[in-house]
Design a protein around this ligand. Structure first.
Ligand SMILES: [Zn+2]
Ligand SMILES: [Zn+2]
Length: 382
């Protein structure tokens, strides 16, 4: 009797649910659909600052990009980014026969979607001159259209001055671009020196896409300019980055900000609290990279000790943990312990050290604090 009732009951429920769904003659095979989810990029707070994941250089069909503006917000959401900026070329509009030239349009079309997706949209543009002097991004502008320089003899200077007049944060893009094609272009040129002297240059894009511009890092460090890393993406992110593979992320700037807002980002950029993150590598001022490393890596007290019966040497065992989605590769410089440690994102390794030492010194070879220098990192042993 009980079974019969259950059967009747479930038949009733089935007919109810079938009635609720109108049969449109299509069976939905959703197994292969892209799962709707935002990737969380986990990086712990650094000295009370939030670590925001930002890409301040990208293009859409409104200049020489291949996507409509909304796609950039969708990509940023999926990849766990906090902030992006559309930086269309000011003076290069190859799609102008098909898309009306309006340098504000890509930003304006994405504003609402960015709000809905909780992505901070920073208004920007790319001042696109001949190389040298090359390209400059201006962020936090009000109106990109008025930045187009008039046709006079000093175009480069005029474009920069107009951006500066809008209180833009200005950085030099991909300084090494065309370095071999245009000899003398990848130098600290007079035009840039003048910008720097007049305080119209605030940062340098040290990593552009998958290219680390070595000299640019040293220039930024020597002049206390903010270090930036961006994609400069023109196609889909998934076209240029193997984004579905575990641990793969686009090139970006990690901004250590007081809060997750445009004003928080601006304050941090002006204070130089950034680290560029591309592939497995971090690029930045020593202090910033060190703070990021200290927030990410922890070492346990020794949990085991073993003495070799022949040599009488004691070895202590520790756990070293990476609490972030960053990647660290350590090579020993001083002390007797594990020679090489690879700290994959969100993972732990066993570290061994000969007993009787108070510390081990490592070089984190997946960091650059100059073009020829990695961060030195001491591990205090307890
Ligand atoms: Zn450019
Ligand atoms: Zn660009």
């Amino acid at each position: 009797m009980k079974n019969k009732l259950t059967l009747l009951g479930s038949l009733f429920l089935m007919s109810m649910s079938l009635q609720a769904q109108t049969d449109d003659g299509i069976i939905r095979l959703s197994e292969f659909a892209y799962p709707v989810k935002r990737q969380n990029l986990n990086i712990p707070d650094v000295n009370g600052f939030k670590v925001l994941k930002c890409d301040f250089h990208m293009h859409t069909v409104f200049t020489d990009g291949h996507v409509w503006p909304n796609v950039r917000v969708q990509e940023a959401w999926r990849e766990g980014l906090d902030a992006i900026s559309y930086t269309e070329h000011m003076e290069y509009n190859p799609h102008s026969a098909d898309v009306k030239v309006d340098h504000n349009r890509s930003h304006d079309l994405a504003v609402e979607l960015a709000k809905e997706n909780n992505i901070v949209l920073v208004k920007g543009t790319e001042v696109t001159r001949q190389t040298p002097p090359g390209h400059f991004n201006a962020l936090f502008i009000q109106d990109a259209n008025v930045l187009v320089a008039d046709n006079n003899s000093n175009l480069d200077q005029e474009a920069i001055d107009k951006a500066y007049a809008q209180k833009a944060f200005i950085f030099w893009n991909h300084p090494g671009w065309k370095a071999t094609a245009i000899p003398g272009s990848y130098e600290w040129i007079d035009f840039v020196e003048k910008m720097y002297q007049e305080k119209k240059l605030h940062g340098i894009e040290v990593v552009n896409g998958l290219g680390f511009h070595k000299k640019a890092l040293d220039w930024a460090l020597d002049r206390n300019l903010t270090i930036i890393g961006n994609t400069d993406i023109h196609n889909l992110i998934a076209h240029d980055y193997n984004i579905e593979a575990p641990g793969v992320h686009r090139t970006m700037t990690l901004v250590m900000a007081k809060d997750r807002s445009a004003s928080g980002i601006r304050e941090a950029l002006e204070a130089g609290r950034t680290v560029a993150w591309s592939s497995n590598y971090l690029f930045g001022k020593e202090e910033n990279v060190r703070n990021l490393v200290n927030a990410s890596i922890s070492v346990s007290p020794s949990y085991h000790e073993k003495t070799n019966s022949k040599t009488k040497v004691s070895t202590k065992y520790y756990e070293i943990t990476n609490n972030s989605d960053l990647y660290f590769e350590l090579e020993i410089k001083e002390g007797k312990g594990t020679k090489r440690i690879v700290l994959y994102p969100e993972s732990t390794q066993i570290l061994t050290a000969e007993a009787g030492q108070s510390k081990l010194s490592y070089e984190i070879v997946s960091t650059y604090i100059r073009s020829d220098k990695h961060l030195l990192f001491d591990i205090n042993l307890k």
